[in-house]
Ligand binder design. Structure first.
Ligand code: AMP
Ligand code: MG
Length: 534
């Protein structure tokens, strides 16, 4: 059980990953190929002047931690300057497919795990410092993270959690007092930027790529040990590892990954870099980099400038890419499961779970009790095209639709003015011109369908409001919070943190954070486009 709200430097860590798997013990942090191990023990490199910028109260309470003073031993520990007796810091060894190509060894190049804390649920939660300095996996990079990308990871992890999306969490954001040089636009213009470290939290940060690398390196003992570790600790309900259990486990990873991606599609989240090293073995959203939120409904959109030519990781691609990634994981597991056919069959779980979960989420978003008739499926399909043509803001559309649903259902009011108002509020193509014909047609069909529902308009509205968030971390809002934080003003960051804790609540005093993206943000770097430089 956790200690009663202690400071981070005073809590006891467990070290199951280090103790149960084989790792190298070396003080050498020079970049290199590491062979034969699941991880390397490596200490964080101290920073100049750690200062706490943000703290997730709710997660901290869950972990039994109290908020430390801005500068304190606890903050030193969250910055990697203080390694306590029970911490056994390590960097994990993994590989992965990047943009479809096998990249060989990648590994934790700037993330260092400290060990695990026992939380209020009695389970162990791993704490990882991102930006904590070089490791054997840093390749040619510095092991650091800039404030800009750390703010984005911190805010989005917690916002996603509040939306009910499976995700890794973020406990703290600490500025380092050091400058980090980055060529943000990859245009030969490197600039010094403030550095930061996020302490992120998850049961484990093991990725598809950990298994892939073991198999690629023909380290079958490590492959099995890692699979057994993950199954025993995180999938104990499946039973003791065996060939049949490996298959059931893979099925479960398929299922969880499907649920995660269905959530992304439901809230308009674009991960941006769905490489297999960025896919959690627990089906959690992991590695927040050049991610973004759909504003105008454009399924071909990706925020990631590195992906502009291929759009491999665009919004609409995500379900297929997740499947492709699962196929790669399945390949990596073949040494454990000679009956390859059973792995192939497990992939079916991805397809069926994704389809069912996506449909269930859309049903709730639209306030329908069932989606049964073929016309209902057509209604869903046609919506996506209509939203695209009308350049509707995804979040605003569903939220506004929730509010007008009762009026549409009763038919007491003329609905056409309601449609026009909805379009006016949520479309980036303001004129009620012919552009909106398909959306208007869709809204009329939807109104007819809604009238077949027997629940009261009020009940429908409440259900829809609980499925359609008012507040998401709009790209330009994150950017504004970053720009303020870079000059020492944390008010925007704090406000976003606060509001995004209850994204389904009305919070009328924060209406402006739920508004349509302003025109100036359309092409502004950081708001509409993001590079991988972080
Ligand atoms: P990402 O695209 O962030 O998932 O990172 C891909 C790989 O590059 C991982 O192995 C990271 O650890 C590594 N990496 C990214 N940025 C840095 C950095 N600043 N220093 C060291 N390694 C990094
Ligand atoms: Mg990564």
């Amino acid at each position: 059980m956790p200690q009663n709200d202690a400071h981070f430097d005073q809590v006891q860590f467990q070290n199951s990953f280090v103790e149960e798997l084989s790792g190298e013990i070396s003080t050498d942090t020079r970049p290199r190929q590491v062979l034969g191990y699941c991880y390397s023990q490596v200490k964080p490199t101290p920073v100049r002047e750690p200062r706490l910028l943000a703290w997730s109260e709710e997660l901290a309470a869950f972990l039994g931690l109290s908020r430390p003073p801005e500068q304190s031993p606890a903050v030193d520990a969250l910055a990697g300057n203080l390694v306590t007796d029970t911490m056994k810091p390590f960097a994990a060894r993994y590989g992965g497919h990047q943009f479809g190509n096998w990249a060989g060894q990648l590994g934790d190049g700037r993330a260092i795990s400290l060990g695990e804390l026992t939380a209020r649920d009695g389970a162990a939660w791993e704490i990882q410092l991102k930006g904590a300095g070089p490791t054997p996996y840093s390749r040619r990079a510095d092991g650091r993270a800039v404030l800009r990308s750390s703010v984005r990871e911190f805010l989005c992890s917690e916002a996603m959690h509040a939306l009910g999306v499976p995700t890794t969490r973020a406990l703290s954001l600490v500025s380092t007092g050091d400058l980090v040089v980055r060529d943000m636009f990859y245009n030969g213009n490197p600039q010094p930027e403030p550095g930061a470290i996020v302490a992120r939290v998850a049961p484990t940060f093991v990725r598809f790529g950990n298994f892939q690398l073991m198999t690629a390196a023909n380290e079958l003992d490590n492959l099995r040990a890692l699979a057994d570790y993950v199954i025993r600790r995180f999938y104990p309900e499946l039973g003791e590892p065996s060939e049949a259990v490996y298959v059931r486990w893979f099925e479960e990873v398929c299922r969880r990954t499907a649920v995660m991606v269905a959530h992304w599609m439901s809230v308009g989240f674009v991960h941006g870099v769905m490489n297999t090293d960025n896919m959690s073995i627990l089906g959690l959203t992991i590695d927040y980099g050049p991610y973004g939120w759909l504003e105008p409904y454009d399924t071909t959109w990706t925020p990631n400038t590195t992906d502009f030519s291929h759009h491999r990781y665009a919004f609409a691609q995500q379900p297929q890419v997740a499947l492709w990634n699962l196929v790669q994981l399945g390949r990596a597991l073949t040494p454990l499961v000679p009956a390859i056919e059973s792995l192939n069959q497990a992939l079916e779980h991805y397809r069926t779970t994704f389809t069912a979960t996506r449909q269930e989420m859309m049903r709730r978003k639209l306030g329908l009790t069932t989606i049964t008739q073929p016309e209902d499926n057509a209604l869903l399909e046609d919506l996506y095209q209509a939203l695209t043509t009308s350049e509707m803001d995804m979040t605003l559309f569903f939220r506004q639709l929730s509010h007008v649903a009762p009026a549409l259902q009763t038919g007491m009011e003329d609905e056409e003015p309601l449609f026009i108002e909805l379009i006016d509020k949520a479309s980036y193509t303001p004129d009620p011109s012919a552009v909106h014909d398909s959306l208007l047609g869709w809204l009329r069909r939807y109104t007819q369908r809604l009238r077949q529902e027997t629940a009261s308009g009020e009940v429908i509205r409440e259900g829809m409001l609980a499925a359609n968030p008012k507040y998401v971390l709009r790209n330009y809002l994150a950017q504004q919070a970053i720009e303020a934080a870079e000059i020492g003003d944390l008010s925007k960051l704090n406000r976003l943190m606060q509001v995004l804790k209850t994204p389904f609540a009305e919070q009328p005093e924060h209406d402006e954070l739920a508004a349509k993206r302003p025109e100036w943000a359309r092409f502004k770097p950081g708001s509409a486009t993001l590079s991988c430089s972080s």
